[in-house]
Design a protein around this ligand. Structure first.
Ligand SMILES: [Zn+2]
Length: 327
C-alpha cells in the first residue's frame, strides 16, 4: 500500500489532461507540452496508491503563467473548478474524498474500489480571509499550505517574509477549526510564526535543506519541529529538489540520492515521520524525475534503497497512522 502526500490531480485535469485514462492513453493525447505525464487515476491504482493528498492549487500570474490569477477572485475561481473536478471523479466512483479520520479508517478497511483523496489547498489565495475558512472546510478541505510563492497570507518559496495579518488570522482559524497546516513552501519567518500559533502541522512535500540549499526545503530545526508536533514529512521526486541543479536541468539523478534525504530526516526525527510526497504531477514530467522513475508505477522501486524495517512506513503506513489519528 502506498499513500502519497502530494499530487496536483485536478490542476492537471484543468490543464486538459484526462486523468481517467490509463497512462499510455493519456500520454498519447497529452495537451501539455514538454512534460511527459507520469500520473493518471488508473496508474495510481495499479501502483497500489490507496490514498493521496490531492491539491486545490491556483496558479498565480507570472512570466510562465500568463493565464494565472492576479487577485483573490481569480484564485477562488481556479480552486472551485478543481473542487468540482474532484466531485465529478467521486460521482464516477473513481475517487473517494476523505474528510475525517473515521472516513480514512473505513476507506482503508474497505475494498480497493477507489483511491481516497484528502483535499489539500496549496497556496491560500482562494480563501478570502479567516471568515471564509468554513466555506472551504464544508467542501472537504482538510489541509492548507498558506504559501506557494508569496500569497496574501505568507512569505513563500523564493519570496521571504512573515505571515501577514491575514495570515495570522487564517492560521488561528485553522487551529480552532482543526484544519492542518502544510508547512511546505512556507518561508522560514512564516513557518516559525505559524508554528507558534499552534495548529496541527505536516509537510506534504519537502526535502531537506541540509542537502539542497534554498527556502523551499526544510532545515533540520524545521523538520524537528514538524515531527515534534506529530507531523509527517513527504519526500519529493523532483531532481532539482534532490541535488542542487539549475531549474531547467534534465540531468539524470540516481533514485538512491533521494534516499539520502530520507535517511537524513530519519537521523533527525526517526523513520516514523518520513513518507512520500512525490509531487510527480506538479508542473514537471518524467524528464525531471529520478533515474528509473518514468511513471508512477516505478515509485515503489524507491523503497529498495531504504532499510528493510523502514519501507512499509515510508510507503504508506506513516501517513496512514497520521491520517487515522489526526486528520
Ligand atoms: Zn508544491
Amino acid at each position: 500500500m502506498l499513500i502519497d502526500g502530494h499530487l496536483d490531480l485536478a490542476f492537471n485535469a484543468l490543464n486538459g489532461r484526462d486523468l481517467t485514462l490509463p497512462l499510455e492513453a493519456l500520454r498519447a493525447a497529452d495537451p501539455v507540452a514538454d512534460e511527459t505525464a507520469t500520473v493518471s487515476l488508473p496508474e495510481l491504482r495499479a501502483a497500489g496508491v490507496r490514498v493521496c493528498f490531492g491539491t486545490l492549487f491556483a496558479l498565480p500570474h507570472g512570466a510562465g503563467s500568463p493565464g494565472g490569477y492576479s487577485d483573490h477572485a481569480g484564485a477562488r475561481a481556479q480552486a472551485l473548478a478543481q473542487l468540482d473536478t474532484y466531485h465529478r471523479w467521486q460521482d464516477a466512483g473513481l475517487i473517494r474524498l476523505l474528510r475525517s479520520r473515521e472516513e480514512v479508517v473505513a476507506h482503508l478497511r474497505g475494498g480497493d474500489d477507489a483511491t481516497g483523496v484528502v483535499l489539500l489547498m496549496e497556496g491560500a489565495d482562494p480563501i478570502r480571509d479567516a471568515d471564509d475558512l468554513p466555506f472551504w472546510t464544508e467542501r472537504g478541505v482538510r489541509v492548507i499550505g498558506p504559501a506557494w510563492g508569496r500569497t496574501r497570507f505568507a512569505g513563500g518559496t523564493d519570496a521571504p517574509g512573515p505571515l501577514t495579518p491575514l495570515g495570522r488570522d487564517l492560521v488561528q482559524a485553522m487551529r480552532d477549526l482543526h484544519v492542518t497546516l502544510d508547512a511546505s513552501h512556507l518561508d522560514d519567518a512564516s513557518f516559525w510564526e505559524a508554528l507558534e500559533i499552534g495548529p496541527q502541522v505536516i509537510a506534504t512535500h519537502a526535502n531537506s535543506r541540509a542537502l539542497v540549499p534554498g527556502n523551499r526545503h526544510l532545515t533540520d530545526d524545521m523538520a524537528r519541529a514538524v515531527a515534534q508536533a506529530g507531523g509527517v514529512i513527504g519526500l519529493v521526486f523532483l531532481n532539482r529538489f534532490i541535488r542542487p541543479l539549475p531549474e531547467g536541468s534534465v540531468d539524470p539523478v540516481p533514485l538512491g540520492e533521494l534516499a539520502a534525504h530520507a535517511r537524513h530526516y530519519a537521523s533527525l526525527v526517526g523513520w516514523e515521520h518520513v513518507a512520500l510526497g512525490t509531487d510527480l504531477d506538479g508542473g514537471f514530467g518524467a524528464e525531471k524525475t529520478p533515474a528509473g522513475v518514468d511513471r508512477y508505477m516505478d515509485v515503489p522501486a524507491f523503497l529498495n534503497d531504504l532499510p528493510a524495517e523502514a519501507r512499509d512506513g515510508v510507503a504508506g503506513s506513516n501517513w496512514a497512522r497520521w491520517l487515522t489519528h489526526r486528520l
